[in-house]
Design a binder for this molecule. Structure first.
Ligand SMILES: [Zn+2]
Length: 634
């Protein structure tokens, strides 16, 4: 017997079991042929549209693109939409002014959009309808055959026994069709008679049926009647399942999306609360879907436990896209419940991580500067600082209390830039830089008398380092195997956050260092003021290439755990963090008062950077730690 309502709260459990249908695996979104065009009309519904985009980006298995037609929304709504889609390379935004309103205006916009569907499949999505199943597209495509050319959502049940509505053909909350069989570009989508049930798109059904084709309908339910399943806490949405009512395919916020609807007028429920609840519920369903897809190998991402303590229990802090390079995907930043270390989870598979580093990745660019020479007072100050505080140039200058005082203010700058102290009793002065990029720092250290060696993952950058005469190995640090107790200093500048298992690397680095040797590293600081202010918009977040997100406490714990002591932390002031974080934040919040700050002169951001650094609250830290001498007695 076929049940016609969701029977239990166990939908997600069922999703968790191996599905009987064939679901293709999804690649990581690079390359391949686009086979699906999704179209949406926007009319003052930017929040819903951006959620739809996130859902589609995460759950769609086919290579897709989207065309959005804005139907004359308010300036505010349109600006937010334009900003929100700007990071998607596969989304086109059209803008038009409605001449008719309501369903008629909606139909006009669909007429425009229909002409943009030029792929094997097309899908029409209502602004407030969210796909909730991983592979929703391939599920609907699997329902198409020689006869069935469209699959999607019918009218949902409003009340038990409501049989007046025709549920035999999908409507356009979410429908996917065979765009080669069904030509929709000359269909007029405007309604003929709403009262007669011939609403937006009724001609689509007429056209399809005239050609002798059929539609496939999902099973629609409504939480006003059926308060079950993961959406039970919201009161006004429709949700759609497969025929067995076991798999949740999508949900439609429906009439609830109108803030003027009756039930909001009574004041019993607030529209904003209801919408927020619904979006939250959908977001957690999508997260679970992604988790299941990864665990069953259908999504090319990996999960990891906390690299510090091994716990799998974590809380999601937020979800963020790659604001920097606009690569595909949304990434969860989670915080370990046991030790508090944050990580990007799930994250790209390590063998595919290279795709997320575009050719113009900043650190691979050779900077114009980079000379260590230069004369005059600057060079003198630099050399005296190096002599009086870091142990260099002993043969050239005598120790001098006066110079020591004069150069004191510059010490911090050298420390922040990870300059190792050259102590007299070192016999070898051997130094390794992990992630040396094009070798600028190593060339300078070589000039200062170190015997230097580098490791670099980017071949391009490594070749440039070699061209400078640096001994540079092209490898991932995870694949390196140096001799134990070889180096007096190891430098890792903005590297550790890129590693999925920083513990393993730090443990190895501790072995490569001589006891008493120095590790110098820098990482973004998740506790910094810019990171706190901007959260998912912070410039230093940089998901998904940043896999672990440190703060002084979690980093210190990790260093102590991996064999280091005497951990010292300095805050780096970097002017770009505040400005870039603000710019990204304003994409989603164009009316924030912070927008006025953008016009501030550059000196303001520079001073703010210096101030944050001095106060120890900036979003980058430089750390030094000493390899413990604990094993010497054994
Ligand atoms: Zn942990």
């Amino acid at each position: 017997m076929r049940p016609n309502v969701l029977k239990s709260d166990n939908i997600l459990m069922k999703i968790n079991s191996v599905p009987e249908m064939k679901v293709e695996t999804k690649d990581n979104g690079f390359g391949g042929e686009v086979i699906l065009t999704v179209v949406i009309v926007n009319f003052n519904s930017v929040e819903f549209i951006l959620e739809s985009l996130r859902a589609i980006e995460r759950l769609t298995v086919s290579k897709w693109k989207m065309v959005i037609c804005d139907n004359g929304s308010s300036h505010d709504d349109f600006v937010r939409l334009r900003n929100g889609v700007s990071r998607y390379q596969n989304v086109t935004l059209l803008a038009r002014t409605q001449t008719e309103f309501g369903s008629y205006g909606h139909g006009e916009a669909l007429n425009v959009l229909a002409r943009h569907i030029d792929t094997r499949y097309g899908a029409i999505l209502d602004a407030d309808c969210l796909p909730l199943m991983f592979g929703w597209d391939s599920f609907l495509i699997s329902k198409l055959d020689g006869e069935v050319k469209i699959a999607g959502t019918p009218v949902a049940h409003n009340t038990p026994g409501d049989s007046k509505r025709d549920r035999s053909f999908p409507l356009m909350f979410l429908c996917l069709f065979d765009a080669e069989a069904v030509r929709i570009d000359d269909i007029d989508f405007r309604p003929r008679s709403i009262t007669a049930g011939e609403d937006t798109g009724w001609r689509m059904r007429e056209t399809i049926e005239k050609q002798g084709y059929k539609g496939f309908c999902l099973v629609g339910q409504n939480t006003r009647t059926y308060r079950q399943g993961p959406l039970a806490a919201t009161i006004c949405d429709e949700y759609y399942t497969d025929a067995s009512c076991e798999r949740l395919i999508c949900a439609h916020f429906g009439r609830g999306s109108n803030p003027r609807s009756g039930k909001y007028k009574t004041g019993a429920v607030s529209h904003a609360d209801d919408k927020g609840k619904w979006l939250d519920a959908c977001a957690s369903i999508i997260d679970r879907e992604i988790e299941v897809a990864i665990r069953s190998g259908r999504l090319a991402l990996d999960y990891n436990a906390c690299p510090s303590c091994g716990s799998e229990e974590s809380d999601k802090e937020f979800i963020a896209p790659d604001w920097l390079f606009n690569t595909p995907g949304f990434w969860n930043v989670v915080k370990c419940r046991t030790c508090g270390l944050r990580r990007t989870n799930p994250h790209p598979k390590m063998e595919a991580i290279g795709e997320y580093y575009p050719d113009n990745y900043g650190p691979y660019q050779v900077s114009a500067a980079g000379g260590s020479s230069g004369g005059g007072i600057r060079a003198r100050l630099r050399e005296q600082t190096l002599r009086q505080h870091f142990g260099y140039f002993r043969e050239r200058f005598p120790a001098s209390l006066l110079w020591r005082l004069i150069t004191k203010p510059f010490v911090r700058m050298f420390r922040v830039n990870l300059l190792p102290i050259l102590s007299e009793d070192f016999q070898h002065r051997k130094l390794l830089e992990i992630g040396c990029s094009h070798g600028e720092r190593l060339a300078y250290l070589k000039h200062l008398g170190w015997e230097v060696q580098g490791v670099e993952f980017s071949e391009l950058a490594a070749e440039k380092a070699r061209a400078r005469g640096i001994d540079c190995k092209i490898a991932r640090i995870e694949d390196c195997d140096f001799q134990d107790a070889t180096y007096d200093a190891v430098i890792m500048s903005m590297v550790l956050e890129h590693l999925a298992d920083p513990v393993a690397t730090l443990t190895r680095v501790a072995e490569w260092l001589r006891p008493g040797g120095t590790l110098l590293l820098s990482v973004p600081n998740f506790d910094g003021v810019e990171a706190r202010l901007f959260g998912q918009y912070a410039y230093t977040l940089q998901v998904p290439t940043h896999l672990t997100h440190f703060d002084p406490r979690t980093l210190t714990a990790l260093l102590v755990k991996t064999g280091f002591s005497d951990v010292r932390i300095l805050s780096q002031g970097f002017h770009r963090d505040l400005k870039a974080g603000l710019q990204t934040y304003l994409l989603d919040h164009p009316h924030s008062p912070g927008r006025h700050l953008l016009h501030a002169p550059q000196i303001f951001f520079r001073l703010a950077g210096i101030l944050f650094g001095r106060l120890g609250i900036s979003s980058r830290i430089s750390v030094s730690a000493i390899r413990s001498v604990r094993n010497e007695t054994s």
